[in-house]
Design a protein around this ligand. Structure first.
Ligand code: SF4
Length: 232
């Protein structure tokens, strides 16, 4: 089976615990204003990425395995290539490798649960709680995202929820409140400061939060009872 890969980073300390090899699959079904990897969005996969067989990918991971804590699949939105992703997860899990999937949370429940049979966890982006704001930010609704967060938590596969903080566009406080209301206080949450570098003209209206605003949100999450709140 062949997949379309945009990039591979062999050592990352920010895509899950420990030292991870990160595989960025091509294609995304969102169009986020602040996307820092816009080159991964196009879905003409043949022209915007390189092809890899599952066995090639496993061999590539094998070169670094002695130095790795695990493998993280990212994108783009890696679940768009769900058959390839599933085959990779199965092959890597057969070798005892820790697997995380970084996702915008838009896949079907069935797709996520099939992947969850092999993946150790998912890092899900919650870009906005309001469906309207989510659409303004990403050109897509968030009904699946909210539902999938609950499903993955129910199956013990929700590794982390990530929220990019963009004042006036991302209602991060409401997202935090909703997560708390769903009794997900044990799930680590990561508050990511929107940064304007590397974004396209579509992000012109977005203003980064101040460090104080980030700390106020962190304090709010901790007051709500979240056990692990990270600000980056
Ligand atoms: S989900 Fe991620 S890769 Fe896709 S457009 Fe948004 S920020 Fe970019």
């Amino acid at each position: 089976m062949i997949g379309y890969v945009r990039n591979i980073i062999t050592h990352s300390a920010v895509d899950g615990p420990g030292n991870r090899l990160v595989i960025f699959l091509q294609g995304c079904n969102f169009n986020c204003r602040y996307c820092h990897n816009p080159e991964t969005i196009p879905r003409d996969w043949e022209n915007s990425s390189f092809q890899m067989a599952v066995s090639d990918l496993v061999d590539e991971v094998g070169k670094y395995i002695d130095y790795l804590s695990g493998v993280t699949f990212s994108g783009g939105e890696c679940t768009l290539q769900s058959a390839f992703l599933l085959a990779c997860c199965r092959a890597l899990k057969e070798r005892g490798i820790h697997i995380l999937i970084d996702s915008n949370g838009s896949a079907s429940k069935e797709t996520l649960l099939s992947l969850a049979a092999y993946a150790d966890g998912f890092m899900i982006d919650l870009k906005a709680f309001s469906g309207h704001l989510h659409k303004v930010l990403t050109d897509a609704g968030n009904a699946h995202v909210l539902a999938n967060i609950l499903v993955l938590a129910q199956y013990g596969k929700l590794h982390e929820v990530r929220m990019v903080v963009v004042p006036d566009f991302a209602d991060t406080r409401e997202s935090i409140t909703w997560l708390a209301d769903q009794h997900l206080l044990h799930i680590p949450i990561k508050l990511i400061k929107y940064r304007a570098h590397g974004v396209t003209d579509r992000a012109k209206a977005l203003v980064p939060p101040t460090d104080d605003e980030m700390q106020v949100l962190k304090a709010y999450a901790e007051k709500m009872g979240f056990h692990k709140v990270t600000v980056v």
